[in-house]
Ligand binder design. Sequence first.
Ligand SMILES: CC(C)(COP(=O)(O)OP(=O)(O)OC[C@H]1O[C@@H](n2cnc3c(N)ncnc32)[C@H](O)[C@@H]1OP(=O)(O)O)[C@@H](O)C(=O)NCCC(=O)NCCS
Length: 320
Amino acid sequence: MQLTTIAPADYARDVLPLTGALWADGRSLERYIEDFSTIAASAFGKRRFRTIGLRVDGSIVVSCKRYEREIRCGERALRAAGIGAVFTPPELRGRGYASAMIGALLDRERAGGTDVAYLFSDIHPVFYERLGFITLPSRTISLRADALPHARLDIAAVTDRDWTAIRRCFDALDRRRPLAFKRTPLIWDWLRTLGRTQPADGQRIGRIVRRGRTVTAYVLGRRVPRLDSFALDEFGYTADAGFDAVAPLIRSAAGDLRKVNGWLPPDVARPAIPRGAVKKRKNSIMMIALLSQPARAAWRLHGAAILADDADRCWSTDHI
Ligand SMILES: CC(C)(COP(=O)(O)OP(=O)(O)OC[C@H]1O[C@@H](n2cnc3c(N)ncnc32)[C@H](O)[C@@H]1OP(=O)(O)O)[C@@H](O)C(=O)NCCC(=O)NCCS
């Protein structure tokens, strides 16, 4: 059995109707397929995204998505391969297909010079630990929206013109992180594409704060009225004015929703929001496999600190 690339149209026809029940999040099958096709056809999708799997007698017996990213570790860039949507049809499970596919993929990545493989596990991490992955801290934070301070701010919805300013806020915080996913223009473009796909039971929103003509802070997230909650995906700020604006900005983005939930923000960003209730996540547990010498060296340098800290290493915007 050989790992093969599955063309997006084949994946949409043969796999997505089976995975919709798990990952469509209430979207109709048509929209689920349409959103997949939008990502696959985007500039990022064409260059950095593939659907792959194993076939037996021509039929797909297991599949996953592969994303190409870079992880910045100090000044060094590590090549990273993200694995998402690992799926074996129910009647074919327990025959070793998923393990074989991931094993073959890791071998191919190693041979091709990839430094790190990563994924966000929705199942018990022991499955991936057996294949050589390390489980990283993955937690949620919940806050009452009315526990966030209120302030008079110049708040506006994000428009296409604001992305340069958002990048500036992101970079200001990102520079202080020893280890993070790199945000190249292609990645920003992908996030904007994702931003245009709407979850079925909520609404994606982005808000910025202006001071004079400068954007000092931004927040990206989803309003989910069914859960009475604002799902916080990421925020950024520059300088003290931006830092002070983050919590009131999130409150404003939550609007009439009573709760704010999200992944525990990366350590440099955490002081900008109140402490909240922090719990281990059962879904989207971040895991990595070290495939190269530079990756193992980076892990020797940073691994202990990463495991000792509660916080996620990435924003949920980087979830795949
Ligand atoms: C998880 C999944 C991909 C495994 O596929 P598979 O081809 O059956 O995997 P393998 O045959 O290589 O390994 C089977 C082992 O997976 C493990 N496994 C299956 N489901 C699991 C779960 N929810 N949690 C932890 N381990 C699990 C079991 O140890 C199982 O061994 P067993 O059959 O002896 O009990 C498959 O069950 C699936 O498609 N599930 C639904 C989609 C999903 O949740 N994907 C994971 C997203 S992170």
